[in-house]
Design a protein around this ligand. Sequence first.
Ligand SMILES: NC(=O)c1ccc[n+]([C@@H]2O[C@H](COP(=O)([O-])OP(=O)(O)OC[C@H]3O[C@@H](n4cnc5c(N)ncnc54)[C@H](OP(=O)(O)O)[C@@H]3O)[C@@H](O)[C@H]2O)c1
Length: 327
Amino acid sequence: MSGETMRAVVSRGHGGPKVLGTETVRKPQVRGRKLLVRVRAAGVNPIDWRVRRGVARPVTALKRQRIPGRDVAGEVVAVGDRVEGFDVGNRVYAMLEGVFGGYAEYAVVGEDAASPMPENLSFEQAAAVPLAALTAVQALRGALQDLPHDCDAAPGRRRVLINGASGGVGTFAVQLARIFGTEVTAVCSASGAGLAEELGAQHVIDYREEDFARNRGCYDVIFDVAGNRSFSACRRALRRGGIYVTTEPVPRNFLWHVLTFPGDNRKGRVVIVWPSGRDLLLLKSLFEAGRMRVVLDSVYPLEEAAAAHAHVETGHPRGKIVLSVGG
Ligand SMILES: NC(=O)c1ccc[n+]([C@@H]2O[C@H](COP(=O)([O-])OP(=O)(O)OC[C@H]3O[C@@H](n4cnc5c(N)ncnc54)[C@H](OP(=O)(O)O)[C@@H]3O)[C@@H](O)[C@H]2O)c1
């Protein structure tokens, strides 16, 4: 392959996994505050298949070349003229700023979105982290900081429920909720219960056996990772002043984002993850201290991105799925 081209997975249209194919495309250039990263592994997230299916049309339809993927881990091979914090040869991980670009041999990463990789993680493990763990840290930190001082529980006795605890975001959320000093209830199917306990959950609810929303006044924060419930359905399961946070950015959920339910001070929120090198640096310290770990469901070669998408699209991975970018 010439130095000006690279292998990448390209979405040839909107539709099922079969629209994905591996092609030789132009290698990107960097300038300003951008890094060019030789990608060694790329994370696969549900947003990737949603965009592939056309959830962001017409914006994505305007893009000439659609290379899916928002998470990368690899080595810096070139830096823009205004980059100050990174050099060629650094091992980094990052969440890309747009919705495209990760499933390729090279990707452009904003300096502020990147962080040195945790030294004890492989490229595959590191690529599993950015979008999912950033979602978990930003959602939980935001909700715990927003709890009113006069809410029912003292800070050390706060209870957090994670709905969807054994998937990509959930496995990080359970660990982070414990690190933030809360008592954790994990909601998942029976086959994920052992994993949730290993990650630190003190209580596990099998959603096929029990509806957590019926547990009145129990939780300070409900993090609806699966995004299949609503503030209205979960409101009574919150303690006074409690907060429901969902990953599902639909209009009805945004309504509760700006309103507070009259009378009881319970709130609904929507998390929208943003790239943050600073938060990735915090996560790096937690991995290196042995306080967090990555749960990898499976690793596919880049050429098998379609199979990886079909797997994620089932909605039941155990932890994360990543693509290994050899060559
Ligand atoms: N707004 C944002 O910025 C943002 C950021 C990241 C992710 N998201 C969204 O968040 C969702 C989760 O992402 P993810 O990466 O964690 O997905 P994932 O890896 O596919 O995990 C989905 C999880 O949902 C669980 N689940 C499925 N049906 C369930 C049910 N009825 N009740 C409770 N849990 C159920 C699954 O557990 P079992 O296998 O045990 O059923 C699995 O653990 C996706 O929709 C994604 O698009 C949004």
